[in-house]
Design a protein around this ligand. Sequence first.
Ligand code: CU
Length: 430
Amino acid sequence: MTYRKLAGAAALLTAATLGLAAPTAAVAAPAQPPCSEASTVRETLPNGTTWQLCWRIHDRAGLVLTDVSVSTKKHPEPVQVLQSIRLAQLNVPYDTGDTEYNDLTTYGFGGYSLETLTGDDCKGGSTRQGTDGSGDPQQRDVLCVSAEASGLAYRLHEQEWDDEANEPKDTYFTKEGHDLVLRSISKVGWYEYVSEYRLHDDGQISARLGATGDLSPGDYSVADNGWPIGKREKDYASMHYHSAFWRVDFNIDGKGGETVEQYDTKMDGRGSQAAKLVTTSKTIAKEASLNKVDRRWWRLVSPTSKNADGHKRSYELVTGADDPYEGHPEMQPDVTFTQANLCDKWATDNVSDPECPLDNYGILDFAKDKQKLTDPVMWVRVGFHHVPRDEDQSPMPLHWQGFDLLPRDFTETNPLAPEGREAVNGQQRN
Ligand SMILES: [Cu+2]
């Protein structure tokens, strides 16, 4: 899927308006938008990067983003990154072994669970109306769209000798970055979950799940697997897991068919001064469930779309904090790549569709026939072992879990490069 050039038609969010005013809706739509204007988010961040996407609320998955494209000041033609991204399960087993929930497949993040945004839920942003995905036509404020400052984007102190003045000349390149943030909130039992996607102005995409609300009043135990949150040695709130899965379907430059590559870096003896390391890569050609080791990473590479340097465009999976859960075999892999299949909807507990095979419980079943990956879907698992604290009452401060998708060779240089650095590409030879 390609879009017509936006030609600067999207509303520009200036830094001055960020904290106060809501983002203004874009004025012009592409000739054939992939979704209605109400389902489109198209915003230009202060550094000139424009993200465009479609959003909807799915009864079970909650917030779903599709047709996600990015353009920058330097490259105003939008280039697609994702076909879709959404949650694919949230498994919450308590350490007592007596309680376990699959929050998406049992309750769902849409429908009745979907909260109407209010109060400070979308402070500094603008709410979007939508339905809850259950078939109820009622429109309510369910999505928050905001542009948020992300801190220092880059900094460079350039020193040159000024021949005329016969003295050193200092130039400072320093820039604040911004994220376009999309957020919805779902209340499942006592917990309230925030589905958040942060689209950075440098092309990075961050997916994360936040948990707040209240600790479950029914889940208390003993010191072995709880934490005393009442006065003295009383009221041991049960420890538990939040294991979240996301389903990510890339469609780089609208061409699809990405290749999955795994990179590993190992010690390789000594160089003249220090330890030598060697990096190797291999193509993950068939469906596979994979695990992290130190310095291992994966990327999805377009076979045909290249940047101006002639390098194939790709996005890299960047994983962060994660508590693996040994209680289920399907929680073992950090990432699973499967061939796209309409019956593969949920990372676990994928059994609700009568038109699909019965022995297709989750990612391990999806991957077990080791199909060739010509249209890969990436399932990312991120776990959080929650040891309750006194401070979790009440309300519980938001705790987050998630991962990043980092552009790798999507553009030939930093898409935010300032004037004066735009020509730097390759080894600088002075
Ligand atoms: Cu928790």
